[in-house]
Write a protein that binds this ligand. Structure first.
Ligand SMILES: *[C@@H]1O[C@H](CO)[C@@H](O)[C@H](O)[C@H]1NC(C)=O
Length: 423
């Protein structure tokens, strides 16, 4: 009898969860290799993150990769043959995702009960976030405008907020643009964007940053992918579009390869089934076109653009396509270091220190990124900001959200002060 009850509970529990069974038996490995060796994996393996090998001057990278039970032996042999060292980090992703989901569901229930509109101890759904943004604008009509920027491929409303004490009419003010969640599985990016909004709107101590700067913040640029990552596939990264050849089998485009900068110049981004598929043409995705028009809306006075990603503790700047520096490379580095230091000061002791550098030198070559496109169209300071993952990778447990949003805000506020002092 007891056994039956337990089975009923467990069976029901596992059948309602978000598609985690597809990761049954999947393992995570840390693999180290030369930059080219890691880059070569990108098209055929799921690389969850990469960084320079700790305390190494060998120029090696370490990548965190997911191996399915079917492919594991073949890949380990591949690594062996190439002298790439590896260690197992986690043994069953399905269990990890089930535990994550259970924890978030109980937090969300608690948050709902407490009646707060948003808190920093859980993750919210797309519709809840949209309601929050509308509500914020209604409560702060002189400061916040929530824009219905357009629909995602599947028809979800993508919103962003403009924060300005002067209705974007004073053109001597610099503009800062921040976006989050172009990659669906990088959940903690949206809370960071929402926290930036909250700090600017609700904290009097930040009034100088609001008085002197106009802000455009897009907290959830890829809602189709985000919702899909909650309901169907925790590791979904791309959009959910089906407008390209091969979409039946492999829907979706990597939004951060879809910008019009050296688009189409990288062989392994042309396969629709690749995790880094760039799309059929630049700006093929409604989501990236929304970033494009938000950026272009005030281009001549936009001073800083940050695209929030997870994870790796890095500020990455241009050019990702060939590893050379833009004309203001020194300034990019300097401002990046100031932001990184502000974050490191507040970070937990066990956190990795931030790395600031050229994206291609720190990691590997990339094409069609928002960071490079925004720099190329003329924004002086543009970064990919890889938030911390600690030992948890993308699955940042709710109790870490507050730490991450708080420390990251310190970095962004430092970047904003840099902009004010140098504009
Ligand atoms: C590298 O790429 C940038 C654009 O991202 C371009 O302006 C520059 O000329 C390129 N440099 C070389 C050496 O190809």
């Amino acid at each position: 009898m007891t056994r039956l009850v337990i089975c009923v509970l467990l069976c029901v529990a596992s059948s309602v969860l978000g598609g985690h069974e597809k990761y049954e038996g999947h393992e995570l490995y840390r693999v180290s290799g030369l930059g080219e060796q890691i880059q070569a994996l990108e098209a055929s393996l799921d690389i969850l993150s990469a960084k320079s090998a700790a305390r190494s001057s060998s120029g090696k990278l370490e990548a965190l990769v997911r191996l399915s039970p079917e492919e594991k032996q073949q890949w380990l042999q591949y690594f062996d043959e190439r002298n790439m060292a590896y260690t197992k980090i986690a043994s069953n992703l399905a269990d990890i995702f089930r535990a994550e989901e259970a924890q978030i569901n109980s937090r969300r229930a608690a948050a709902k009960r407490s009646g707060k509109s948003i808190s920093w101890d859980t993750y919210y759904r797309h519709d809840e976030i949209n309601d929050y943004l509308d509500d914020l604008a209604a409560k702060n009509p002189d400061l916040v405008t929530t824009i219905n920027a357009g629909l995602s491929y599947e028809g979800r409303q993508i919103k962003y907020v403009r924060i300005s004490t002067t209705r974007f009419e004073v053109t001597r003010k610099p503009v800062i643009v921040i976006d989050a969640m172009i990659h669906a599985r990088e959940w903690v990016t949206t809370p960071v964007a929402l926290y930036v909004i909250d700090q600017l709107v609700n904290e009097a101590k930040n009034s100088a940053l609001v008085d002197e700067i106009d802000w455009i913040i897009i907290p959830l640029i890829n809602p189709d992918g985000y919702e899909y990552s909650i309901e169907e596939d925790r590791l979904w990264r791309k959009t959910r579009s089906k407008a390209h050849e091969g979409a039946d089998e492999c829907p979706g485009v990597d939004g951060n390869r879809n910008f019009d900068h050296y688009f189409g110049t990288r062989e392994d981004s042309t396969d629709p089934c690749s995790l880094i598929y760039e799309g059929p043409y630049a700006f093929s995705e409604p989501e990236t076109r929304i970033v494009q028009s938000a950026v272009l809306s005030n281009l001549d006075r936009t001073a800083l653009y940050i695209s929030l990603h997870s994870f790796g503790n890095m500020f990455l700047y241009s050019w990702g396509n060939n590893g050379t520096l833009p004309s203001n490379g020194l300034i990019l580095h300097l401002a990046g270091v100031q932001m990184a230091q502000a974050i490191d000061e507040l970070a937990l002791d066990k956190a990795d220190r931030y790395i600031v550098g050229n994206a291609a030198n720190v990691l590997y070559y990339t094409t069609g990124t928002s960071r490079d496109w925004t720099r190329a169209v003329g924004i002086p300071l543009t970064y990919t900001l890889e938030l911390p993952g600690y030992e948890y990778r993308f699955e940042v447990p709710p109790e870490y959200i507050e730490q991450i949003v708080t420390e990251t805000w310190a970095g962004i506020a430092t970047g904003a002060r840099y902009v004010i002092n140098n504009w």
